[in-house]
Design a protein around this ligand. Structure first.
Ligand code: SF4
Length: 305
């Protein structure tokens, strides 16, 4: 792949490594993210899929992937990835496979496994400097079991297990991973495919853990129209709710800062999971708190909204 940065969507790879006709919900933002990620990763890939929504993508004998696919329980996808990487390295060392047939090992997981159950296994893999990619499609709850609260659920979001709105804040997974100082770590969005593509291009030069978290609109869980997925993913970034950033060996930089931040309300009011903040009466205190948390985040980097 050329080292020149991608400047426009017209320059994104044309090849498709994820095909349509899956069991994912209409308008799933995770599927859109995954499509762009796999365009950048190519077809020489083994996907190690932690149990979650995307377990349903491959149902024997059908698969939407051009690549190989392996399924693990929620907590242990990085351990599975270690086994696959070790097996490939042994085959390479013994000359049983040619270096050009080497495969990239890619963990694919939702936020339930990434933020909660699989965190220790991921921390271990980062610590061992496992050479792998890790993609988290973060819909901010346990989506495939009916949208129960996860550690990723943001403050005030309604879920099946927090019907009045979550009282605590979203876990900072980027910060936790970054404390390990991995070679490459980024947040991505399906609404910013050029930013996403350039992050994969940059990550490619590093051996070791390469981690990506994508905030993804989830129409059934967020109670949104499937046709609004792209608009919502964009609003999350334009309001400052989801920061696009990367880190190389622990040094964090933002890759996109909106010229003028939109009020976070514009993002919240589009989603049924936050509708209790607007009706039957506006909950000014909670709305103010969400905006305050966004402001505080950017102020830490010297950026005033
Ligand atoms: S529940 Fe949400 S994250 Fe899961 S497949 Fe459906 S839209 Fe995607």
């Amino acid at each position: 792949m050329s080292t020149e940065p991608i400047r426009s969507v017209k320059d994104l790879p044309q090849e498709e490594n994820l095909f349509p006709g899956t069991a994912a919900c209409a308008g799933c933002g995770g599927l859109l993210t995954l499509r762009h990620c796999l365009k950048m990763l190519g077809e020489n890939v083994v996907i190690v899929n932690a149990a979650g929504c995307f377990t349903l993508l491959s149902i024997y004998p059908f698969t939407p992937f051009r690549s190989s696919w392996l399924y693990t329980a929620m907590a242990c996808a990085p351990a599975g990835a270690q086994g696959v990487r070790d097996a490939l390295d042994i085959l390479l060392e013994k000359g049983k496979i040619d270096p050009e047939d080497n495969l990239k090992v890619v963990v694919l997981t939702g936020d339930g496994a990434a933020y909660d159950m699989g965190l220790s296994s991921t921390s271990g893999a980062i610590y061992r400097n496992l050479d792998f990619y890790y993609i988290c499609y973060d819909n901010e709850a346990y989506g495939n079991t009916g949208f129960q609260e996860s550690a990723s659920t943001p403050f005030a979001s309604r879920t099946k297990t927090s019907p009045a709105g979550k009282g605590s804040v979203k876990k900072d997974l980027f910060g936790i991973w970054n404390s390990h100082k991995p070679p490459y770590l980024a947040t991505i969005s399906p609404a910013y495919p050029v930013d996403l593509a350039n992050k994969f291009k940059k990550a490619e030069q590093y051996k070791g853990p390469k981690l990506f978290i994508s905030l993804i609109p989830c129409p059934p869980g967020w109670s949104t129209d499937p046709s609004h997925t792209f608009k919502l993913a964009k609003l999350a970034v334009e309001t400052g709710f989801w920061a696009l950033k990367e880190s190389v060996f622990g040094e964090v930089e933002h890759t996109y800062v909106p010229e003028r931040f939109k009020p976070v309300e514009e993002y919240l009011k589009e989603q049924g999971r936050f509708s209790h903040l607007f009706s039957p009466v506006r909950k000014e205190e909670q709305l103010g708190r969400v905006q305050e948390m966004v402001n505080e985040y950017w102020e830490r980097f010297g950026i005033l909204l």
